[in-house]
Ligand binder design. Structure first.
Ligand code: SF4
Ligand code: SF4
Length: 367
C-alpha cells in the first residue's frame, strides 16, 4: 500500500526528540529565495518560448510579419543535442556549428551538478518547478501526497536510468562524422521547431500521456523527476562528486525528524551525517524545516572542532551563495559562448525559409 505523507506527522516526529533544542538564530530564507529563482527562470523560459514562437511564425508566413532573432537559449530544451555536441567536441576538439548553445548549456548544467549536487533540478529546471507546483497542489487538495512502497519505488526509480542508458548507448555508437552528419540533416537543423510543433499540435495520445503525468505529479512528489527524467538521472550521477552536500551535525541535531519529513525525495536525512543520494536535489527543504542551530546545512565537509559553530564556520553554502553560483555558471557559459562566437547557430535565413514551414514533414534520419 502507498503511504500518505501528511504534515501532521511532524508533530509525532517532534515528540521523538530528547536532546535540548538550541533554536536557530536567524529564520530560514532558503525556500523564498529558491522560489524566486525558480519562477524567474520559468519566466525567462516563457520569454524565450514566446520569442521563438514569433520567429517560427515569421518563416511559416513566408517572411511576413514581425521578425525577431532566433533565441539561442531555446536549445536548452535540446539536451540530447547537447549530449551529441559534447561528444563531438570531445572527439574532434571543435565546437559544433549547429546548436552549439545546447552544448554550452548542457555543460553548464553538468557543472552545476558537479559543484552543488542536483541544484539545477530544484532551482532552475522549469519542469522541476511545475512538478513541485503540482505536488504542492495535490497536497492541498488531497491533504497529503502518496509515498509509493519500496518494492514499487525502487524499480520505478530505475526507469530513468534505463532511458538514460538508451540515449547514451545510441550516441555512444555514433562517430564524429555521424554526429556531424545528423546535425546537418534537415531534421537536425530544425529539431527545435519540431519540438515546439509537438506541443503546438499535440495529438490525443500525447495529450492523454501529459494529463496522466500531471495527475501522477499531484499524487506523488516529483513523479516525473523521480521516476522518468533521464536528464535528472545524468545530473544525479554527476552530483555524486559534489563536495557540497546536505550535512547533519549529530551533536547539534535533536533527532526531531522534521528534515526527513520535509524531504520531497523521501531521504532519511535525520539518520545520515551526509546525503550522498543521487535523488537529493539541493532544494534545502530539509534545512528550512530544521529547528536547531547548526544541525543541518548544505555545506562543504566540516572542520575538526569541538563545537558545532566552529565546525561549520565558513563551510555552509547558504541560499544566496547557491543562487549566486548558479547565476555565475549560467551567465558565465553564455558569455563564454558569445565571446567566442559560438552561441548562435548560424544558418542562412533562406534555409530556414525552406525548412521551418515543413518541419513536421521531416523525418528522423534514423527512421
Ligand atoms: S535531502 Fe534536503 S536538499 Fe536533498 S532533496 Fe531532500 S530536502 Fe531537498
Ligand atoms: S537535522 Fe533533522 S532531525 Fe536533526 S534537528 Fe534538524 S530537522 Fe531535526
Amino acid at each position: 500500500m502507498a503511504a500518505l505523507r501528511s504534515p501532521l506527522l511532524t508533530t509525532v516526529a517532534a515528540q521523538r526528540s530528547r536532546k535540548p533544542l538550541v533554536r536557530r538564530r536567524s529564520p530560514d530564507r532558503s525556500q523564498r529565495i529558491r522560489h524566486i529563482v525558480q519562477w524567474a527562470f520559468l519566466a525567462l523560459n516563457g520569454w524565450i518560448g514566446l520569442q521563438f514562437f514569433v520567429w517560427v511564425r515569421y518563416f511559416e508566413r513566408g517572411g511576413e510579419g514581425l521578425y525577431v532573432p532566433r533565441p539561442a537559449g531555446v536549445e536548452g530544451w535540446l539536451p540530447i543535442a547537447g549530449l551529441m555536441n559534447t561528444k563531438y567536441l570531445l572527439l574532434t576538439g571543435r565546437v559544433p556549428m549547429i546548436h552549439p548553445a545546447a552544448m554550452y548549456l548542457f555543460l553548464g548544467f553538468m557543472l552545476m551538478s558537479i559543484l552543488l549536487k542536483k541544484a539545477f533540478c530544484s532551482w532552475l529546471c522549469p519542469v522541476g518547478t511545475l512538478s513541485e507546483g503540482f505536488w504542492k497542489l495535490g497536497r492541498k487538495l488531497f491533504r497529503g501526497n502518496l509515498a509509493l512502497p519500496k518494492w514499487l519505488d525502487l524499480p520505478l526509480r530505475g526507469l530513468k536510468y534505463v532511458l538514460l542508458a538508451l540515449f547514451v548507448a545510441l550516441i555512444g555508437y555514433m562517430s564524429a562524422e555521424a554526429l556531424h552528419g545528423f546535425m546537418q540533416t534537415p531534421y537536425g537543423l530544425v529539431v527545435d521547431v519540431e519540438m515546439m510543433n509537438f506541443f503546438r499540435e499535440m495529438g490525443l495520445t500525447a495529450a492523454i500521456v501529459i494529463a496522466a503525468l500531471a495527475v501522477m505529479s499531484m499524487l506523488v512528489q516529483n513523479f516525473w523527476c523521480r521516476y522518468l527524467c533521464p536528464y535528472g538521472a545524468l545530473l544525479g550521477l554527476a552530483s555524486l562528486v559534489s563536495p557540497v552536500k546536505i550535512r547533519r551535525d549529530e551533536e547539534a541535531c535533536i533527532d526531531c525528524g522534521k528534515c526527513a519529513h520535509a524531504c520531497p525525495a523521501q531521504l532519511p536525512v535525520d539518520q545520515l551525517v551526509q546525503i550522498r543520494s543521487v535523488e537529493c536535489s539541493s532544494c534545502m527543504a530539509c534545512v528550512a524545516a530544521c529547528p536547531a542551530q547548526d544541525a543541518l546545512q548544505f555545506a562543504l565537509p566540516p572542520r575538526k572542532a569541538p563545537i558545532s559553530a566552529a565546525r561549520w564556520y565558513r563551510r555552509s553554502i547558504g541560499p544566496v551563495a547557491t543562487a549566486a553560483v548558479l547565476a555565475y555558471i549560467f551567465f558565465g557559459v553564455i558569455l563564454l559562448a558569445r565571446a567566442t562566437n559560438h552561441w548562435q547557430t548560424n544558418i542562412p535565413r533562406s534555409v530556414y525559409m525552406q525548412l521551418v514551414p515543413h518541419a513536421n514533414e521531416l523525418s528522423h534520419p534514423g527512421m
